[in-house]
Design a protein around this ligand. Sequence first.
Ligand SMILES: [Zn+2]
Length: 474
Amino acid sequence: MLVLLTAYGLLQLAASSVLPQYRKWPAMSTYKKDIDNHTSVADNIIDYILAGPAKGEVYRRLARMTDKFGPRLCGTETLEDAINYMVDEFTQDGLENVRKEAVTVPHWVRGNEKAQLISPRSKDIALLGLGKSIATPKEGITAEALVVRSFDELHARAGEAKGKIVVYNQVWESYGQSVQYRSAGAREAAKVGAVAALVRSAASLSIYSPHTGTLSYQNGIPKIPGACITVEDAELLWRMSQRGENITIYLYMEAETLPDVVSYNVIGEIKGNLFPDEVVLVSGHLDSWDVGQGAMDDGGGAFISWEALSVIHHLGLRPKRTLQVVLWTCEELGLYGGIEYFEKHQKEAQNMNIVMESDMGTFTPQGLQFTGSDEAMKIIQYLASTLLKRLNATDVDDGADLSDVNQWPSIGVPGGSIKVENSEYFYFHHTNGDTMTVQNPDVMDLCTAVWAVTAYALADMEYMLPANRTVTVN
Ligand SMILES: [Zn+2]
């Protein structure tokens, strides 16, 4: 046993030894000259999108898909139908190496759900159960509410929580701050003996829409149902509780988790003509929540990624290295598509020039966001200031929003995202309001232009971005 373990341990050590890949990178002036040489092709791409055959096309394509399928929740046949539709679209569009890569994904089903305020007065409470939540008992849960503003307040009032429905009315500071209540609210409430958790939606503005999302349970802590409610109702319940009124709520949820199913990432390419093994990846996720149409989150990001390759292909352009578009599956329930792709392809890191994703809306573009070395940052800044100037998209922020491709920088691969004026993103995010009505055809064209010019230039420049990409040696 000991011998076996040792041998296994050695094997593991060998499998996991990681070597940095050292390359000599050229001087900044070489990159700058190369970018300058792409000015006229960038203009051609921009003209083709803003005033040529592709004008309005990304919006029309996205509307056709989202109107046809509606919301595309992970685990559903609708998502798989949409995935197969995209395979056909990529193929008919002339992309190369169109394929699906399998991903095992969870299958959570919402079922019927409702909540009512029983006292101090009767009122329906709009809600959306949180992804991965369990159901209530068949007869529902009727319990007094404990309304708190924070985890600190919950812990301070832990003695009052037993047998109650905890309602979180956390203040909106940022998505990152608010989302902690969505993911951990149920388990923190369970730790102090609560029977369910209702969480104020992670929303920067509300017109009485609940915003869904996922929760996560913890081993050894009882699972209790979790749902989100509107900002308006969270504040109403808070005001009532502050007046010392006794609040009773009825909650009914049928949510269940069925066995895992197989889903797919969809991939299409334009093969590079000089370094076909080197890749520039652009992406967005095709799955969505089961409300709205998933037009903003993340139909827009997925479709500007496809449109970028489509435009380059229809212009007859073929860059030196390969352009790859990936439409991720099952982002919403936990980044399943992106994680599987990373597991499968991380050994190709030395050839991954940059991974890009758009998942913060396709609103008016302002530039790019970037994660990588200082030298690479300077190159991206120069690229934006030169090639994206016509699009008024010259800002480059440090720190990309990488969603499904967030693991790549940990092995040295640079990451990029599109910077957009997204102050309205959390009005619509994960709600029934996430529809084509949020999208603007002209603005989507601008996003496509930023995405296509950036991806094409990075795929066609003589050198990859400078980075210490690491290679796992087996
Ligand atoms: Zn998203």
